[in-house]
Ligand binder design. Sequence first.
Ligand code: CUA
Length: 336
Amino acid sequence: MQGWIPLVPDSASTFSWKVDALYFYLSGITLFFTLLIGTVLIFFVVRYRRRTPYEIPRPVAGSHKLETIWTIVPFLIAMTMFGWGARLYFEQYKAPDNAIEVYVVGKQWMWKLQHATGQREINELHVPVNRKIKLIMTTEDVIHDFFVPAFRTKADVIPGRYTTVWFEATKAGRYHLFCAEYCGMNHSGMTGSVIVMEQREFDDWLSGNVGSTTPAAAGQQLYQTLGCASCHGANGEGGRGPTLAGIFGKDQQLQSGQTVTVNEGYIRESITNPQAKLVAGFGPIMPTFQGQVSEEQLVQLIAYIKSLHAEGQIPTVAASPSPTAQPGASPTRNIR
Ligand code: CUA
């Protein structure tokens, strides 16, 4: 799993060469200035050494020209690092719309993953090659960090929040997955693998691993069990809470006069702390569900709300990443 330089991990995503290029640029600059300063230092030590015991050095006046140069040149160099790094950062943390979504829940000390088609995995993630994969991540306990060195993908996983990161693997194979944030006794054991497969193999894997409800269908069930629908039915039945169908990704007008974009984080907050951002026109009557729903259940409720289109019906698993038919992947068949 080694690349052409020792200690540099394998390169297996569309980001890896970009991150490497920036990394080598930084290393190159560091090396250049280290050598330059070292050489000049040695030269000065020899050239300006004390030659007689009572020698007094000649006084030196400052030079504005020199000071301006050694301020502006490093500034410009630092800005190239900033500009390049910022560009890469935005590219990596702003997921494209057409990515396949995978939910990730970290926990001391394992990774729990679920595909939009329902398949669950622990410490393993199967993905197709050359497809954009978006991870929507949170944790049940402390901060973890999802790190796949071969993809140069690394993002903190934070309690009470969703972080997202995306990647596109370019080479089939099995790659290390690490937790890169110290999270307690077995932090070093919180490892796993990302298995990148050819699309056809991945489709086989998907259809061979049915047996779990899709997150959206599980969310729908939960939505009924928790009695959410009595106040806000998908299409506004109940009438005591805002309509949920089609709100995902839209702006919502709040009681406070502000607006908020409905994303995973906002929905999560509205379930665990409903009073925080009340929708305009509705009273503070919703009880909190903090502690009653697990992180995985929150993810399922969110998946359900995301799946509701304006008509309010759960689509026939449009989230399926594969164009081939998946027997058993329909939400109605595998409800446990
Ligand atoms: Cu989880 Cu370190």
